[in-house]
Ligand binder design. Structure first.
Ligand SMILES: O=C(O)CCC(=O)C(=O)O
Ligand SMILES: [Fe+2]
Length: 331
């Protein structure tokens, strides 16, 4: 199937944005300016344990989003991850097409461009590369980029580091919810908990004020940890407004996803977010989605419900949750 890639479209030097990318008036960035100045929480992992549990708890409750500093991942490793991802997208188009995925046949891994149109028949200004990174028994190295040759080594190294940070954060969040520290990871499958890598590429856009890179959504994951390049664009929704998230070098952008909202029985909300695009610059981001395995049963944790706090969400497998979300069915 022929798929029109946004990157290929962007390189022909368009004067105007093609109609399928023009958002309806109320969705346009120009008509929903983000609040600047009030900044999202920035949390250093090097602060004392007690304070750390509390600040993370507050950030998850108030924002569902925060930036993480002093996380221990070497900045050079983040740089290398960005280099190998950038190099893949600089390959000739026909090379990239060898990795094309086909979500309509259930094959999500590989090189893709979202074609499913939303209710207004609009699409997003973004191409991506998506693949599983963890657990090792589910990883298909043959679908990962073979070029540059160092892609695999760098990504495996990053996977190791991001897994450690994810586990630390899940422990801190468990404690903040008043649970035993292993509670969330165990519910998310323990050693079978999955990490997925999605590299987003937002090419320069001829009329960025009319388009969106990704439209407003919450992530289906338990949590998402993202690093962007230096081009800002992410916005998060809080109390009825969009907030622009400034770039902070080497920080990890942490999102509460739908599964933590369910497990916490709504104490923490998965954060609504979107991304904007840029006229001159290419924006990229590396999102790692931490998810349960498909067969895991996810519902409000027993320790968080009682007669005064009845369950607000139904319990279902992650596969069922995904099916409903993809098909826009009620949960
Ligand atoms: O690029 C970004 O900052 C956001 C990407 C995103 O929300 C996603 O891939 O789910
Ligand atoms: Fe997202």
């Amino acid at each position: 199937m022929e798929v029109e890639r946004v990157q290929a479209l962007a390189t022909v030097g368009l004067d105007a944005l093609p109609a399928q990318f023009v958002r309806p008036s109320h969705e346009r960035p120009e008509n929903s300016r983000a609040i600047e100045g009030m900044t999202v929480p920035v949390i250093s992992l090097s602060q004392p344990h007690h304070a750390l549990v509390r600040t993370i708890h507050e950030a998850c409750r108030e924002w569902g989003f925060f930036l993480v500093t002093d996380h221990g991942i070497p900045p050079q490793l983040i740089r290398r991850l960005q280099e190998v991802g950038g190099e893949f997208f600089r390959l000739p188009q026909e090379e990239k097409e060898k990795y094309a995925n086909d979500p309509s046949r259930g094959s999500f891994e590989g090189y893709g461009t979202k074609m499913t149109k939303n209710r207004e028949e609009k699409v997003e200004w973004v191409d991506y590369f998506f693949h599983l990174m963890h657990p090792p028994c589910k990883v298909k190295h043959e679908v990962w980029p073979q070029h540059p040759p160092s892609y695999r080594e760098v990504t495996e190294e990053y996977n190791k580091e991001i897994l450690k940070v994810t586990e630390v954060l899940l422990e801190l969040i468990s404690e903040g919810l008043g649970l035993e520290k292993n509670a969330l990871k165990a519910t998310l499958g323990g050693d079978q908990m999955e990490l997925e890598m999605k590299i987003n590429l937002y090419p320069p856009c001829p009329q960025p004020q009319l388009a969106l890179g990704v439209e407003p959504h919450t992530d289906m994951s338990a949590v998402t940890i993202l690093v962007p390049n230096e081009v800002p664009g992410l916005q998060v929704w809080k109390d009825g407004s969009w907030f622009a998230v400034d770039y902070l070098a080497d920080a990890l952008f942490f999102h509460v996803g739908d599964q933590i909202e369910v497990l916490s029985n709504g104490k923490y909300k998965s954060v609504l977010h979107r991304s904007l695009v840029n006229k001159e610059k290419t924006r990229m981001s590396w999102a790692v989605f931490c998810t349960p395995p498909h067969e895991a049963l996810i519902g409000p944790l027993p320790g968080l419900i009682d007669d005064h706090n009845p369950a607000k969400y139904s319990t279902k497998t992650y596969a069922e949750f995904r099916h409903r979300k993809f098909n826009k069915l009620p949960q």
